[in-house]
Design a protein around this ligand. Structure first.
Ligand code: PBG
Length: 327
């Protein structure tokens, strides 16, 4: 038979050592941001049914969790608050003694070196369950900016290190940046949920955070999953308004968007591996249908390959343990 010309790609896959030499992407514990839900009350550590292994913590239990996360070497947590009291002006979002503000101070006491990231949004704090202010059944943009900026400022005043607005109102990065600067917080960075889609993958989170909208949906402010070019316009606005990092959310169905942002901007890019992405893996693993560790690490490596620098994931404690064990 005549000699065929072809490439022998398999040469570089011959052994574990060779594969390690040519490996292009790694997940590191330094890449991780760990989400934590804080509730009012005492001695509460309640598992969220649709998110096995994820809990609601009252502040005392939260302190223990902060230490566990710190001991695993995870550099950052992001806080989500679930207040007892909701009102139309979302007052607990920016109250000095609000649940998130208290949690920030508690986390700082436990570990001053942990980077405390805070989710800035109103949906957990008003009965309508929308991310902005509701007037006559409409989510009004500009009046919402003031409350969002006020919320961000209250987080900075409590000691937050990184402010992450997730509301998707237009102009919120400029409003928050301006308010932080005016109050002496020029050095507190903003991580924008720049590209946030109106996604069905947030279902378990909304159960967890009691933040499902009481009417309508979030499609007038969160993005249409069909749109990619529009994501570039959203990101461009946030970069111009002063964002220091850009997030894509959800992550798995939006890997192309992560890649496009990576190619277009030199800011750190964050992938949010959201609640249903977590729940689906957990459910399949519990049924014995997949190898959880292998699927989790393959997914995370995929985010890195797509161009993410950082990964916000409910799996981060597991990942830190896998990495420690040399996986
Ligand atoms: C609040 C917020 C949501 C998530 C993070 N911040 C819910 C939403 O927009 O409906 C979802 C996170 C997840 O699903 O893990 N705006």
């Amino acid at each position: 038979m005549q000699q065929l010309e072809f490439q022998r790609h398999r040469r570089l896959r011959n052994s574990a050592g060779m594969r390690a030499m040519v490996r292009e992407n790694y997940v590191s514990t330094n890449d991780l941001i760990h989400p934590l839900f804080v509730v009012e009350g005492n001695d509460v550590k309640r598992e969220i049914p649709s998110m096995p292994g994820v809990f609601h913590f009252s502040l005392d239990q939260f302190r223990r969790e902060v230490n566990e996360v710190s001991e695993l070497g995870i550099p950052s947590i992001i806080l989500f608050g679930i207040p007892d009291h909701k009102d139309d002006c979302s007052s607990q979002a920016y109250a000095e003694e609000g649940i998130v503000q208290q949690a920030i101070r508690a986390a700082k006491e436990e570990n001053p070196d942990l980077v405390i990231t805070t989710d800035v949004c109103l949906c957990q704090y008003n009965p309508a369950g929308h991310c902005g202010i509701v007037e006559n059944g409409e989510i009004v943009n500009d009046p919402s900016l003031e409350l969002l900026a006020k919320t961000a400022l209250s987080h900075a005043q409590a000691g937050a290190d990184l402010i992450a607005p997730s509301d998707m109102m237009d102009g919120r990065i400029a409003a928050i940046r301006h308010t932080l600067d005016q109050n002496g917080y020029q050095n507190i960075p903003v991580l924008s949920y720049a590209v946030k889609y109106a996604s069905a993958f947030y279902g378990p989170f909304r159960d967890a955070a009691h933040s499902a909208p009481s009417f309508g949906d979030r499609k007038t402010y969160q993005m249409d999953p069909a749109n990619g070019r529009e994501a570039m316009r959203e990101a461009e606005s946030d970069v111009m308004e002063g964002a220091d990092m850009l997030m894509v959310k959800p992550a798995l169905a939006y890997m192309d968007i992560i890649r496009q942002l990576r190619d277009r901007y030199d800011l750190p890019i964050v992938a949010y591996n959201v609640s249903a992405e977590y729940a689906m893996v957990k459910a399949a693993a519990q049924n014995g249908w997949i190898d959880e560790r292998a699927v989790v690490m393959e997914t995370m490596t995929g985010f890195k390959r797509a161009g993410a620098d950082l990964i916000l994931t409910y799996f981060s404690k597991d990942i830190a343990r896998y990495l420690k064990a040399g996986y």
